[in-house]
Design a protein around this ligand. Structure first.
Ligand SMILES: NC(=O)c1ccc[n+]([C@@H]2O[C@H](COP(=O)([O-])OP(=O)(O)OC[C@H]3O[C@@H](n4cnc5c(N)ncnc54)[C@H](OP(=O)(O)O)[C@@H]3O)[C@@H](O)[C@H]2O)c1
Length: 326
């Protein structure tokens, strides 16, 4: 059995996708989401895949007891609690995989789960909840997972879900974090991702945040894995291109559903705290450790904090550039 703890967008999509391939999947999540899953989870993607797959859905963490693998898909602020809860029900042989953003969730789980195998994973694509029990993959990419997650990797292979085992997950996670710097900009724009990235001023904000992060990562000698068709270092050079040039290039680099938004936008919309401390916050913290500054990312943290408290999240591109002084 593959159990998924904290089944929201990522958990329900990945769980549904594995179940569609024949895996026995147990989703553990909040009552409101689990109650929506009548005959199963409906998973779709932008390549036209669509299936409703049977899963066991529960709110009871004891259901993780018999799982060979537990995928953790809570937001980063809930990871420590998830670790404590899983410590009470899982045994030494359990493999726990963090399928979360950020760079330290696996570490937090490892501290809470001595004796278990805890591995880092990275999901590159966006998932949106399209309706009750229906989850849609709205962009592309291959899941990366630290080597050692055998039963998960096998279930992915059986289901035709691309996954690659890696030995350099820190480089993978930091490269994803650099891409995720856009989550805050997207949330502050109030626009779907495609509409936001179509505007040069927002892209200039993202380029500034990425350039700053890349400089800090260089100083910290942190390598970056290649996740996109273009290396991470080229992206901030491409982002400021005029709209028609960028449009032509972007079409070849990434496909994205016109309705997709960042999960930080979802969090603000639902009145939940965001993962800003685990994305921009990591850049600022690393900058401090290496004696550098990260004013653009600090400004984004300030604006997201304000949005979390009910402040603005409808900045135009020029307004956001002015706030970031870029
Ligand atoms: N969504 C995406 O497109 C995407 C893409 C790539 C990576 N990611 C990353 O994947 C991770 C998960 O994101 P997501 O968008 O799937 O988040 P999500 O939709 O908020 O799903 C997490 C779910 O876990 C639930 N939860 C938290 N603590 C729980 C507990 N103790 N017991 C049961 N359920 C619990 C949450 O409920 P409450 O809200 O009630 O706490 C929520 O329903 C994040 O690190 C995110 O950055 C997301």
């Amino acid at each position: 059995v593959i159990a998924i703890f904290g089944a929201g967008s990522i958990g329900c999509w990945v769980g549904g996708r594995l179940a569609a391939g024949g895996a026995a999947v147990t989703l553990i999540g909040r009552a409101r989401l689990m109650a929506e899953l009548g005959p199963g989870v409906t998973v779709t993607d932008l390549d036209g895949f669509t299936v409703t797959a049977p899963v066991t859905a529960t709110t009871d963490i004891a259901a993780a007891r018999d799982a060979a693998v537990v995928l953790v898909t809570v937001k980063s602020a809930a990871t420590a609690d998830a670790g404590r809860a899983l410590a009470a029900v899982t045994g030494d042989g359990t493999i726990v995989v963090s399928l979360q953003n950020g760079v330290r969730n696996a570490e937090v789980l490892r501290a809470a789960l001595p004796g278990r195998t805890v591995l880092a994973g990275m999901v590159p694509f966006n998932v949106i909840r399209r309706g009750p029990g229906a989850y849609h993959r709205a962009s592309e990419g291959t899941i990366f997972v630290e080597r050692g997650a055998g039963p998960f990797v096998e279930a992915c292979a059986t289901a035709g879900l691309p996954v690659v085992e890696r030995d350099d997950m820190a480089a993978v996670q930091w490269a994803k974090l650099v891409l995720n710097l856009n989550n805050a900009i997207n949330a502050l724009s109030g626009l779907p991702l495609a509409a936001e990235l179509a505007q040069r001023d927002y892209r200039r904000c993202l380029a500034a945040a990425q350039r700053e992060a890349l400089a800090v990562l260089d100083r910290a000698n942190q390598p970056l894995a290649r996740l996109t068709k273009l290396p991470a270092r080229w992206i901030p050079r491409l982002l400021p291109a005029p709209d028609p040039v960028f449009r032509a290039l972007a079409r070849r680099i990434v496909a994205i559903d016109p309705h997709a938004r960042s999960s930080m936008w979802d969090d603000l919309e639902a009145g939940r705290p965001t993962e800003i401390d685990y994305i921009q916050g990591e850049v600022v913290a690393l900058a401090e450790r290496v004696g550098a500054d990260a004013p653009v990312n600090r400004a984004l943290i300030r604006l997201i904090r304000s949005a979390e408290a009910g402040g603005r999240r409808d900045y135009t591109g020029p307004e956001l550039r002015a706030e970031l002084r870029t």
